[in-house]
Structure formats: C-alpha cells, structure tokens
Design a protein around this ligand. Structure first.
Ligand code: RFL
Ligand code: PHB
Length: 389
C-alpha cells in the first residue's frame, strides 16, 4: 500500500490527526494494534480544553460533545478545611468541558469510515523503517499475512509504549523523566457526582479527586502507593477512603454504587525531545506523559496534532518544508508549559513519602496564598483552561 502519511495508533491523537488530514485531502492510513472495542474500553481523560473542543468543531464532529458535554466555569481545591474555588470562567472568560475520552474516540471512530479514513485494527508487529530518509515505510502483520505501507511521513501516535519513539536513534533523542512514588486508583460508577464541579483534595491520608462524566456518572480517584494492588480495594473501601479524603461537606453528598471500572494508573512526568526525526513526527503520549493532576494529557495530544496537521497539510499543499522542520520546537514549547503546570499541581496536592514538616508547611502556605490571591488563582485558571496554541 502507498499513502502520504502512515499514522501509528488509533487513540485520540491518531484518530484526530487522521480525520484532520482527510478533511484537507491528504492521504493517510491508521494502524492500530488493538480492536475498536478494546480502544473504547480504556477509561481515561475527562476534561477538555478549548483546543480539543475546537478541533472537533473544525471537523464538524462536535454535535454530541455540544449536546452531552458539561461546560465547567470553575473547579475546587480542598485543603482539609475549606474549598478554594478557582473561578476559571470569571478569571479567563473561558470554560473547560467535561466529556470523556471514550466519547471523543467514539465520535472520531464513527466518522472515519464516512470520511474515507482507513483504520486498520489488530495490526500486529508494527515496525518503522528508514525514518531518517524521505521514503520511510511501515510493516505489520495480520494473522499470517505481512503488509507494507510506503509513505512520505510517519506520525507516531502510539502512546507511551508504542514502537515509534524507539525508532529514533538513542544518539539523537533526549529523555526527561520524573516517576512519582504513587499511582491513582480510579473508580467509575453510575451515580450522580457529589458536587457539580471537580474537587481536588489534599488530605493527610492522601490525594482525592471527585470528577464526573455526566449528571449520572461519576469518576473518582485516590492516590495509593505504587506497590498497592487493586484486589485490596473492594468498592466499599474506596468509597470509605474518598469520604474521608474529600472532607465532610463533599462526603455528605457522595452517592455510592458498584464500580463499572476500577484500576490503578502510575504517575509519571516524561518528555522526549526532539518530537520529529527525519520523516517521523511524534504526537501525544508517544512523546510525553504528564501526571493526570492538571488534566492535560489528552489536551496536549490535541495541540500536538493541531501543529502536526498544519505542518503536514502545508507540506503536501504548498511544498512548505519549513513547517515540518519547525514542528518539534513549536509543540515542545507548549508541552513544557503543561509539564510544568501538571508537576506543580501534583506537588501541591499530594503527600510525598519523602516530604517532611517543611515541605508540608510549604503546601499549606501555597494553598493559603492561592485562597487569598486573585493573581495566584489567575495563574492556575489560565493554565487549567489551556495556554494558547
Ligand atoms: P493513547 O490514548 O495511549 O493511544 C495510543 C494508541 O496507540 C496504540 N498502539 C499501537 N498501535 C499499533 N502498533 C503498536 N505497536 C501500538 N502500540 C500502541 C494503542 O493501542 C492506542 O490505541 O495515546 P494518545 O492518542 O497520545 O492520547 C493520549 C491520552 O490517551 C492521554 O494523554 C490521556 O488519557 C491522559 N489523561 C488525561 N488527559 C487529559 O487531557 N485530561 C484528563 O482529565 C486526563 N485524565 C488521563 C487521565 C490518563 C489516565 N491514565 C489511565 C493514564 C486520567 C487517567 C487515569
Ligand atoms: C477525570 O475525570 O478522569 C479526570 C478529571 C480531572 C483530572 C484527571 C482526570 O485532572
């Protein structure tokens, strides 16, 4: 098979990029190792910045998002005694939208067929070749049959564990990494949320987050040591812990219910630079990971795709080589700012095992400062709604 862009991975990054390229008449194909059902079963992000919403709008795929998404004008930081509300609407004039990653993925998947975007699921042993030059190709297998896709560019949208980043020679790439000593245990349940806005809590027993997917579906998280096993957390234990960490006010409004999904995800900050090597462009989690505290991962994937699609369309429509060359610097400038925000919020809202009384005093002072300073709230708000692209 011959195409202009071979996209590896049908997560949000790959499906967004594929749909955007097809909308501009660029030929592309998406290779995904899993089945559509498996891709849709991953429960992940829930909060969308304007960049993500606007890309769905540009594609004309925002009907369900507009009908079912929940616009939020604010969120809360709980410090054990009070809720500190960050009025993102009042401070920035912008909102975020609560709409699950699963729903975005479903909307993009449903559109693929009718828009002529070929997505090949259950592609095994995907391998990248000759990314250094201008005639790269990708090989994969389905059952016993081997296939080859010749292309001009490869877009590595295959998440943190995919093969794309590993195709960049070690002598060229630089890894920046911070691994955290805890993970987030998440629970999804068909119960109404305890608050109409999100609550991020820093309690002496650890972090908690009250989030939602709709007026009838809640998503909650607590942090647990990395050594913790999900078998040790029957639903009731999770609900009990949430009630303590979120504080009495929120606890009074928690509705308990059986978990539809429950899992532990490790927390990591990671950046791989550069995000382009030869004919390979990396987008989304294949190039960077943020801890989920800032709700930035999916939104960063969307901003990468915004830059990558503009560069690739410029190349094929106007022979603009410079835009492709500039992709990595442009994307990384925004990535680093989101890394900074996610790291700062993670440090502020979690109890690190290595921290002593001084570090805890710094958290208390920081939260007190945020509660009393409009400037501090503004800094948080403008980062939370998403910095300009
Ligand atoms: P994905 O979603 O991991 O998709 C990559 C795709 O590539 C496929 N793949 C391969 N395909 C072919 N061959 C191979 N060898 C392959 N290897 C992998 C995979 O099967 C998959 O389909 O990466 P992408 O598209 O870059 O999207 C990134 C987002 O998924 C991620 O950043 C967010 O989910 C992060 N995240 C959040 N982001 C937000 O913006 N807001 C949030 O509120 C938020 N909450 C979260 C989160 C992530 C979480 N977890 C579980 C990590 C909450 C959690 C708990
Ligand atoms: C979620 O609803 O899954 C969610 C919300 C906010 C975050 C992380 C995850 O910061």
């Amino acid at each position: 098979m011959k195409t202009q862009v071979c996209i590896i991975g049908a997560g949000p990054a790959g499906l967004l990029l594929g749909n955007l390229l097809r909308a501009e008449g660029v030929d592309c194909v998406v290779l995904e190792q899993r089945s559509p059902d498996y891709v849709l079963s991953r429960i992940r992000a829930g909060v969308l910045e304007n960049i993500t919403v606007s890309l769905m709008e540009r594609l004309g795929l925002d009907a369900r998002l507009k009908a079912e998404g929940l616009p939020h004008d604010g969120f809360n930081l709980a410090d054990g005694e009070r809720l500190i509300r960050i009025d993102i609407g009042g401070l920035t004039g912008q909102q975020v939208v609560v709409y699950g990653q699963t729903e975005i993925t479903r909307d993009l998947m449903d559109a693929a067929d009718e828009r002529g975007l070929q997505v090949i699921y259950e592609a095994e042993d995907v391998a990248l070749h000759h990314v250094d030059g201008d005639a790269p190709y990708v090989t994969y297998r389905q059952g016993e049959e081997e296939f080859r896709v010749d292309c001009r560019f490869i877009a590595g949208c295959d998440g943190f564990h995919g093969p794309s980043r590993k195709a960049v020679p070690a002598s060229v790439g630089m890894e920046y990494e911070r691994v955290y000593p805890f993970g987030w245990l998440g629970i999804l349940a068909d119960v109404p949320p305890c608050n109409h806005e999100l609550i991020y809590a820093n309690h002496e027993r650890g972090f908690a987050l009250a989030s939602m997917r709709s007026a009838t579906r809640s998503r909650y998280y607590i942090d647990v040591p990395l050594t913790e096993r999900i078998e040790n957390w029957p639903d009731e234990r999770v609900w009990d812990e949430l009630a303590i960490r979120l504080g009495p006010e929120a606890a009074a409004d928690i509705t308990r219910g059986p978990a539809l999904e429950k899992s532990i995800a490790p927390l990591r900050s990671y950046v791989f630079a550069p995000m382009r090597h030869g004919s390979l462009l990396l987008c989304g989690d294949s190039a960077h990971i943020v801890p989920p505290t800032g709700a930035k991962g999916l939104n960063l994937a969307a901003s990468d795709v915004h830059y990558a699609s503009a560069a690739l369309v410029g190349y094929f429509k106007a022979n603009d080589v410079d835009a492709v060359a500039a992709y990595s610097d442009k994307a990384l400038a925004r990535v680093w700012k989101s890394e900074r925000f996610s790291w700062t919020l993670t440090k502020l809202m979690h109890r690190f095992p290595e921290d002593g009384p001084f570090e805890r005093a710094m958290q208390v002072a920081e939260l007190d400062y945020i509660a009393s300073s409009k400037a501090a709230q503004m800094t948080i708000a403008e980062n939370y709604v998403g910095l300009p692209v």
